[in-house]
Design a binder for this molecule. Structure first.
Ligand code: SAM
Length: 327
């Protein structure tokens, strides 16, 4: 029923989307608006894009704004996406944190999955934790809290239900995980086990909002979401994430993403195939850059990533690099 969108209407719809969510649609994305909004328009008897714009202005019918925003999000995700960050979590971060818990230096681990989509990312972390807890008894069930947020109501509904069918299960789930972490439900679907789900709290949250209400985290994952934003908003999100990280905390982006210039206070760490960013409060500025970066940390068995000792050695290397640079 919906007609082809005109250039002016497309501009106004993308202005609406950018204002509400910071999602930025390229000039060539008119087809995306047409395909994603046609169902909503038919369901609500909205015959053309002029009428849709009126509907968005007054949110009449009530809730149409959220429906349009939801439809325009891209919720592509999979289990253990990119693999290597989850291996690093298992092999470096969790053993280090288990040691700190056992030594009485830490009580809790808090992780934020900042664009969790349908839940695969936070549940993957929770599964890794449960597996690791067999080796490290200090990792008690209550020691990990995962806050998982997204803007999309439909993605969050799937995440909260924690029940997945054939196609979703086939994407990225390692062998053995289905048996260990899911129970069989109705219609050939599988449900994430209670002990994996219980520590994950899902919440609707727009990255445009203040992060202060979320508390502070040892690890923040903002993976495959910044790609939808303009550079200035990417920087804003990463600056706010810096504020939400504990000292020495870790930021993960998608494997094809990198920290844009102009975001101070992170030290880049490379371990094997993974790059992540460590909160480094006093990162010295290299001339011409705002982001302190450190190259590959040579020894993968080096001091645990989150320990102060590691941060100190990273900062020392930074200072050495800066001194070299200044010569
Ligand atoms: C491609 S998914 C990424 C999922 C997961 N992080 C991963 O790496 O597989 C991007 C998610 O970002 C969410 N998103 C987009 N803009 C957002 C915003 N302004 N605030 C919060 N979430 C947003 C979308 O709803 C979508 O679920």
């Amino acid at each position: 029923m919906a007609t082809t969108i005109g250039a002016r209407e497309f501009d106004r719809i993308r202005e609406f989307l950018e204002r509400e969510t910071s999602i930025s649609l390229g000039d060539d994305k008119a087809y995306l608006v047409e395909t994603r909004l046609s169902e909503i328009m038919s369901a609500h008897g909205i015959g053309d894009y002029g009428a849709l714009l009126m509907a968005l202005q007054g949110d009449r019918p009530r809730g149409v704004r959220d429906l349009v925003i939801d439809a325009m999000t891209t919720n592509e995700t999979l289990w253990f996406r990119d693999g290597a960050p989850f291996e690093l979590f298992r092999d470096q971060f969790l053993p280090a944190w288990a040691g700190e818990i056992a030594a009485g230096k830490r009580r809790k681990i808090r992780i934020w999955s900042a664009a969790c989509s349908t839940g695969q990312e936070p549940y993957s972390l929770s599964m890794v934790y449960n597996d690791a807890a067999r080796r490290f008894p200090a990792l008690r069930p209550e020691c990990l809290e995962i806050v998982a947020t997204d803007l999309s109501d439909t993605a969050l509904a799937t995440a909260r239900a924690g029940t997945y069918g054939g196609l979703a299960l086939q994407r990225g789930l390692p062998e053995g995980s289905l048996d260990r972490h899911f129970s069989a439900g109705a219609d050939g679907r599988f449900e994430v086990r209670r002990e994996v789900r219980d520590r994950v709290t899902f919440r609707k949250f727009n990255l445009k909002d203040s992060f202060i209400t979320l508390g502070s985290f040892d690890m923040v994952l903002a993976r495959y979401v910044l790609i939808y934003f303009q550079d200035e908003f990417k920087r804003e999100v990463l600056r706010k994430a810096h504020g939400a990280l504990e000292k020495g905390g870790a930021l993960f982006l998608g494997s094809s993403e990198s920290l844009p210039a102009g975001v101070p206070g992170y030290a880049m760490v490379r371990r094997g195939r993974v790059t992540w960013y460590q909160k480094a409060e006093a990162v010295a500025r290299r001339p011409g850059t705002e982001t302190g970066t450190v190259g590959t940390v040579g020894d993968p068995k080096a001091t645990p990533a989150s320990a102060d000792g590691d941060l100190a050695s990273l900062l020392k290397r930074l200072q050495d690099m800066n001194a070299q640079h200044d010569k």
